[in-house]
Design a protein around this ligand. Structure first.
Ligand SMILES: Nc1ncnc2c1ncn2[C@@H]1O[C@H](COP(=O)(O)OP(=O)(O)OP(=O)(O)O)[C@@H](O)[C@H]1O
Ligand SMILES: [Mg+2]
Length: 339
């Protein structure tokens, strides 16, 4: 259990009304065309995020979490073929021309990536990067943008904000860089933040501080947050709902408390069993046998079947994502409560 766990108790989730929904992703699919045809990378991904809500996108490496986020942000590679609908604050954005989409997304979505060095420019001062963003998206004067940038750095816990604005990203520690990324992400007053493994590259103490800061920001600014992570403890402690992905598919979707405590999909169960100390025996760790099949080599039917102890002939047919006891599950043989 990480240090922040005790302090990050999420309140009960109220049902979201249509007016509260910030992001709606409906039947999103993404593939790349090659000589053999279309190579699917993600298929039929659907979920929504309401104001003030954190939704976790969770799964092993290569399951399609980041590529799903890139499709939402409108930064998927040019050769990607994307289907489905993405709706931001009631406006369908998936069909917009790239320029309009960038404008809308720059203003209404903030991004935080795993490695801030790839997102922040190494030879532009931090102040220049922040004021450019503020001036471009909000039309602020240079002086107003500088004041706002200093306020934002102050807000995310960076001391000597005016001095830091004159400095460069390589002069900062990993935790400070991630605070700058958070300041940039919230700078234009977005309604949605997409955070792709924002703490993976940080040491444990700093991870806890950055998670606390993100949680504070979400509550204070009533932000919708898509939180991509491998860490199921973070899902349980920090997110209201969870979307579990396996090989490009959503395999379980529900309240994170339910998915973490009592998962219904054997894959989600396997992820939880692989967390050290998930049960009373703090040393037990049960890895899921095998690996995620590479794209292009997904089995017909249930993609998890080759790794699943419950699979039988029926699993040669692809299951639909259907309501089970407490969550939506894509499985012919979902688990009953707490197995
Ligand atoms: N530009 C691309 N062209 C072809 N395949 C790609 C491209 N980008 C990603 N992929 C493939 O899409 C699949 C999903 O990748 P993605 O980066 O979304 O995984 P992920 O779930 O974010 O994994 P991780 O936890 O390691 O970050 C991977 O098999 C990856 O190789
Ligand atoms: Mg990723």
């Amino acid at each position: 259990m990480t240090a922040q766990s005790a302090s990050l108790q999420t309140p009960p989730v109220q049902p979201a009304t249509a007016r509260d929904i910030v992001l709606e992703v409906k039947d999103l699919s993404l593939g790349f065309r090659n000589a053999d045809g279309l190579l699917p990378i993600v298929t039929d991904v659907s979920f929504s995020i309401a104001k003030g809500e954190a939704v976790a996108l969770v799964g092993e490496s290569g399951c399609g979490k980041s590529i799903t986020a890139s499709a939402i942000m409108g930064i998927a590679p040019d050769n990607a073929e994307i289907g489905g609908t993405i709706i931001l604050n009631g406006t369908p954005i998936s069909g917009l021309p790239p320029k309009e989409r960038r404008k809308l997304c720059g203003r209404h979505m903030g991004f935080i990536f795993q490695e801030p060095m790839t997102a922040l420019h190494p030879t532009l001062s931090i102040g220049r990067q922040m004021t450019d963003t503020l001036r471009h998206n909000l039309g602020l004067s240079h002086a107003a943008a500088t004041d706002r940038a200093a306020e934002l750095l102050d807000r995310v816990g960076i001391p000597r904000a005016r001095d830091i604005l004159k400095g460069y990203v390589h002069e900062l520690s990993g935790g400070m860089r991630q605070r700058v990324m958070i300041a940039l992400a919230i700078s234009c007053g977005p309604s949605l933040i997409i955070a792709d493994e924002p703490t993976t590259a940080l040491d444990v103490t700093i991870q806890a501080q950055v998670l606390d800061l993100l949680d504070d920001m979400r509550r204070e600014l009533n932000l919708a947050m898509l939180f991509i992570t491998h860490d199921l403890e973070v899902v349980g402690d920090f997110c209201d709902r969870a979307v579990v992905m396996y090989a490009g598919d959503v395999v379980e979707r529900g309240l994170s408390a339910d998915v973490v405590r009592s998962p219904a999909h054997p894959y989600a169960r396997g992820l939880i069993d692989a967390v050290p100390g998930h049960d009373d025996n703090r040393t037990r760790l049960t890895p899921i046998l095998g690996t995620v099949p590479p794209v292009g080599q997904w089995p017909q039917g249930c993609r998890f079947a080759p790794r699943c102890s419950r699979a039988d002939a029926k699993c040669q047919t692809r299951p639909a994502l259907e309501a089970h006891i407490r969550s939506d599950v894509r499985c012919w043989y979902p688990l009953e409560a707490a197995q």
